[in-house]
Design a binder for this molecule. Sequence first.
Ligand code: GDP
Length: 299
Amino acid sequence: FQRLRTGLLRSSSAIGEGITSIFTKRKLDDETLEELENVLIQADLGVATAMAITEALAKGRYGKDIAPEEVKTILASEVTKVLGPVAEPLTIDTSKKPFVLLVVGVNGSGKTTTIGKLAAKFRAEGKSVMMAAGDTFRAAAIEQLKVWGERTGTPVIARDVGSDAAGLAFDALKAAQEQNVDVLLVDTAGRLQNKAELMAELEKVIRVIRKVDPSAPHASLLVLDATTGQNALNQVEVFGRTAGVTGLAMTKLDGTARGGILVAISAKFKLPVHFIGVGEGIDDLEPFKAEDFAKAIAG
Ligand code: GDP
């Protein structure tokens, strides 16, 4: 929580400072409500959420003096109302052997790093893990996954750069079945330069996985970079349609993050949020906790 809080400081301090400067010695009226709404929109919470929050705040308090601290408390509680229902742990159905977790997202969002952190987490829980280097487009991505494989003691199924990603996924799932592996983590490509091609590839990967196990993939985790702001909404839409996203992980909340976008995403898509990334290290993946996040945002 401390790291998240420090990380979210930029967005939260923008909101917190905004609230303090708006409401110090001023009433709750149309003017201050509009100023607050603008601060929340600036912080990426989205127009609909910003309006809902200011409405909730105005109810029963309109025309009265209100202390900045009270506004922050109400804001945190309203944000918790949005995030609470989507804060869901990722549950691994152990009857699936392997449980296939497809990991999708644009390049640079933190897919490979998140897979490495997840491998460490699952192994610490006593599960056997295998990784598939499904971003066959980039040599660096394959190499990086191998590094995470060594770091976490996890076997990595990889092929040469330029190989067919679906074929690789097929091989990896077969190998994971043969070796009775608990969790197979499948990395995927994320080049958005050619969106149609990328989406066709993802669809093919899923099709081929289903040929081996019709119930797979059992979860599809979309990794979002918190620093991309509004663009993340687009990514949820695009990957949600193609990759059947079942849950989200938001990375880089330790940096100059704009965590407010997660509130907008949750209000709009209501997809489960499983994890947050708070650093580049192996332990820097935390389960998503709505109340902590809301408090960090409210400043
Ligand atoms: P991919 O292209 O989606 O596989 O993204 P990578 O896993 O290669 O990550 C891109 C960069 O972001 C790397 O330099 C990672 O170390 C970094 N990164 C990933 N997650 C986090 C995070 O939670 N916090 C910080 N600060 N950096 C992260």
